[in-house]
Write a protein that binds this ligand. Sequence first.
Ligand code: PMP
Length: 322
Amino acid sequence: VKWTEGRGWHEAQLVPYAPLSLDPANMTLHYAQTIFEGLKAYRRPDGTVATFRPDQNAERFQTSARRMGMPELPVETFVAACDALVTQDKAWVPGHGEQSLYLRPFMFATEVGLGVRPANEFLFVVIASPAGAYFPGGVQPVSVWLSEEYVRAAPGGTGAAKTGGNYAASLVAQAQAAEQGCDQVVWLDAIERRWIEEMGGMNLYFVYGDRIVTPELSGSLLPGITRASLLEIAADLGYEVTEGRISVDDWREGNADGTLTEVFACGTAAVITPVGSVKSARASWTVADGEPGEVTMRLRKALLDVQTGAAPDPHGWMHPLG
Ligand code: PMP
């Protein structure tokens, strides 16, 4: 779907996957006016296919668009585009377990020019790819690198938007994590470099027995849809679940004195993944016994059961496509 100043959204098309051709002065290549989303379609036991909370992705896409000076795509247009692609690709939605079809809606500037200002022409596109488990080890606990040198996002910045620049800013730290033998980066707040924000592509949850805490939306972390869904699922299951501030010291000390029993990460791609070990320039420790925790696995199953249609959907989160 195209957007042009004065004309609005027009020319919705469903076309075979193919390269795009771009002018060398395309504004996106220079000024990075891009936003994207990620959501999944699951096949259910009765053979039908459903996406998980596409309206929430559509709303976050609008929030991202506002922050990036881009036009807002109507929620219905976003959802209809995802529906059209899934319907077209239904034969490729894998049929069992955690496998799914990952959808990547995105928007970028198509205007040509070198002036630094919001563009006045954009293209909205959705592509899809079959997806298995995000981390090759499945529910193997991941190891994380606490990045104290770099920050991903700062107050007033674009951290709460799903825009390419945030990911570009995170790549060097991700490479450092790999050098340290870790799977993922954990980001801290930009001001004090003390408060836990999120991982490279997932939000975090801290489990203290029956009490569960996730870092509050500081304005510089991405409001994950999995994160928001788990706040509700955890409450449904009887846990005391809150949003709050967790410092690196809280994490290390809670781990050392045994009050912190589990840590896990959550996001569309991997759903829920236990965090097994932590490393920073100053310290490293194993989270609890380094094995997937009971609460982590219980929440993971509860969420996946709704997504894959193995359990009822009390919140009406699934969007069935027949
Ligand atoms: N944080 C970041 C930086 C992400 O890229 C993602 C993935 N979209 C998440 C958190 C998790 O968000 P969601 O649950 O909506 O996938």
